[in-house]
Design a protein around this ligand. Structure first.
Ligand code: GRF
Length: 187
């Protein structure tokens, strides 16, 4: 099996990055992590790129030609698949177009509910009885593309934003690798 050359985009903690890297070391896992792009030069998650000797770059997405820089590095590293993992920036239309159906994201809610930021705070204020995470394709709208998979759990009376985040991320660490396997199962 030829593994897809993959770039992971991060902005912060990078716990999903770490999880995907670990899975990618299994030879039957369909992707290899060949590049990490961060729009935050202090992103904690960059330590995993360093630890596993994966090339990484910081791209200042506030600069004018950041899209071209991203595209340049994707091409230079022959990247054919992209996973967003806590990347706090909307992917430009140009990149979405060039990597059509090749970019996926994980969001900490059961989409289409609770798109956008401050997800856990909004869930805590809601009447929901369950929540979870969703892996989906990226299109040019926020948290909107076709859904690949979801995992859920029931809210408990003593849940708060912190426990919700912990429980959601635990689901994410299973959901993201499973979604990647599902995408490439028949290819
Ligand atoms: C995850 O909870 C993901 O759902 C959201 O951002 C968070 C990133 O966490 N998009 P980490 O950086 O992977 O630890």
């Amino acid at each position: 099996m030829v593994k897809k050359r993959t770039c992971i985009f991060i902005s912060g903690q990078g716990s999903n990055l770490k999880n995907i890297i670990r899975h990618s070391r299994d030879k039957s896992f369909p992707i290899n992590v060949n590049l990490v792009i961060s729009n935050n030069k202090n992103a904690y998650g960059l330590i995993y790129a360093k630890k596993y000797k994966i090339p990484y770059i910081f791209i200042n997405t506030k600069s004018k030609n950041s899209n071209n820089k991203i595209l340049f590095h994707l091409k230079k590293n022959s990247i054919s698949f992209i996973c967003l993992a806590g990347y706090m920036k909307i992917i430009s239309n140009e990149i979405v177009r060039k990597y059509k159906k090749k970019i996926i994201n994980i969001h900490p809610s059961l989409l289409p509910k609770f798109k956008g930021l401050n997800t856990f705070r909004r869930i805590m204020k809601s009447e929901e009885i369950k929540t979870g995470c969703t892996v989906h394709y990226v299109n040019n709208k926020l948290d909107d593309g076709n859904i690949i998979s979801k995992k859920f759990f029931y809210l408990e009376p003593d849940d708060n934003e912190i426990t919700l985040k912990q429980k959601t991320q635990k689901k994410e660490y299973r959901a993201y690798p499973e979604a990647i396997i599902k995408i490439f199962r028949y290819s």
